[in-house]
Design a protein around this ligand. Structure first.
Ligand code: CTP
Ligand code: MG
Length: 435
């Protein structure tokens, strides 16, 4: 069989989702929505490699989001275009000639199963490759499901013009699998003719090449609006309750031998399964360190010049310590003292940002990801306002969330208490995690 390359499209804006970030990066279960499709492509034996297409302005963020997961088949994250079609063309072009077949998939369909992906690719390989002649049936195979409702053609004044016979009407999904040369030609000719289609198959159809449908699954729907996200969450929970769960992603590799495991517990739930876990969990953290004029000051992962530092075994960054406890607490994973014992020489003068990265890994290994944090720092001195932006950036980068999801406020205590007497700094944090 020819080599098979995937193109996973995540370069949209997710406008209908109404979220502040691209919907592909929103949490779904224990991982970003985009990662669900990525896991499926990693797990499908028929797929050799794949490209992820991301919004040009979110390339760094997307790469940082994927970096901890040790993805084996990811060739590159490439920038998309203004339309889905432009993004798909960019992704397909980024796959080298060695890939005879290309499977284009919307990241917005997170519930694609490994079986369906393998099925449609094998069908395309059997039908069209390796000796593809244009016009040969099965040169292109797209996943689709029969329409269940009656469809109306409605004009701009809201009047029904036609009711097409339902038999024979199908809803196109992805993956859509094509012989690579054919797909690239379809994109090129569409661009030349100024034709835009809402899927890849329509570009191939206009070349006169027969496109075959491969029966998909109604679960493989496109997550478009907030209620779709809730439906997807419910389906994931149902799958987990049946004992069919994806293993937890870990920073060093995915799943051991299998992506999917079947559990046969008496209660029907897999160990650590998604089912009984609330989709949103909250944790709280608090920390205090007293000043030590012999040390540099680190707060929120930023070195602040001209101020006495804080006493402690690590760099004594009270803000990050409170934050780590909040993250661990939200996941029910004890506290920093438990994971980083104070006497341990490994943590002597350690940068707390590195410890925060470890906390993220500990959470990921247990199947949780941080979605948002908020910090309150009480310090009579120094003035922290000039450093807040840098703190948001650094914490966001380490936790894999946008700086806008990192809240940081600073206050004095008007001369009252140990903070007011300039004896030390206190910090409180809350974190929300999903899993
Ligand atoms: N897509 C893309 N590049 C674009 C537009 C869309 O890669 N310029 C991707 C989306 O990321 C998504 C898939 O194409 O995975 C299907 O598109 P759609 O569901 O419309 O997603 P969005 O365009 O992100 O959402 P919206 O139309 O609501 O803005
Ligand atoms: Mg769109």
């Amino acid at each position: 069989m020819d080599k098979v390359g995937g193109v996973i499209l995540a370069a949209g804006r997710g406008e209908r989702m109404g979220a502040p970030v691209n919907k592909a990066f929103l949490p779904l279960g224990d991982r970003p929505l985009l990662l669900h499709s990525i896991i499926t492509f990693e797990a499908a034996a028929v797929v050799d490699a794949y490209i992820v297409v991301a919004p040009p302005e979110e390339m760094a963020f997307c790469r940082a989001l994927l970096a901890p997961y040790g993805l084996q088949k990811l060739v590159a994250v490439v920038p998309g275009g203004l339309s889905r079609q432009a993004s798909a063309a960019a992704g397909a072009q980024a796959l080298s000639e060695e890939f005879g077949l290309v499977a284009v998939h919307d990241a917005a369909r997170p519930l694609l199963s490994v079986e369906l992906l393998e099925g449609v690719v094998k069908r395309a390989a059997a039908a069209g490759c390796p000796d593809l002649r244009v016009g040969h049936p099965g040169a292109a195979v797209v996943v689709a499901v029969p329409v269940k409702d009656t469809v109306k053609m409605v004009d701009s004044s809201g009047i029904v013009r036609e009711t097409p016979v339902r038999d024979g009407l199908w809803i196109a999904q992805t993956p859509q699998v094509f012989q690579r040369d054919l797909l690239l030609r379809a994109y090129a000719e569409a661009e030349r003719d100024g034709f835009s289609g809402t899927d890849d198959a329509s570009l191939v159809e206009r070349l006169g090449v027969p496109v075959e449908v491969y029966r998909g699954s109604y679960d493989n729907f496109k997550v478009t609006t907030p209620e779709d996200l809730r439906i997807a969450q419910a389906i994931l929970g149902r799958r987990a309750g049946r004992g069919l769960v994806h293993d937890r992603p870990t920073p060093t590799g995915w799943w051991g031998a299998h992506n999917v495991r079947y559990a046969h517990n008496q209660d029907g739930a897999a160990p650590g399964s998604l089912a009984p876990v609330s989709p949103l969990r909250v944790g709280i953290g608090y920390d205090v360190h007293h000043f030590d004029s012999g040390r540099p000051l680190f707060l929120g992962g930023v070195k602040i010049p001209g101020s006495p530092g804080l006493a402690g075994h690590s760099d004594a960054d009270a803000a990050l310590h409170a934050l780590m406890d909040a993250c661990l607490g939200a996941a029910g994973l004890r506290d920093i003292g438990h994971h980083f014992p104070p006497g341990d020489p490994r943590w002597k003068d350690a940068p707390s940002l590195a410890l925060l990265a470890d906390v993220r890994s500990i959470l990921a290994a247990a199947g949780y990801m941080v979605s948002q944090v908020d910090l309150m720092i009480a310090a009579e001195t120094p003035r922290l306002a000039p450093y807040i932006d840098a703190m948001q950036q650094r914490i966001g980068a380490v936790l894999g969330i946008l700086p806008g999801n990192v809240g940081i406020k600073a206050t004095t205590t008007e001369g009252l208490g140990f903070v007011g007497r300039k004896e030390g700094i206190a910090a409180w944090a809350v974190a929300t995690v999903s899993g």
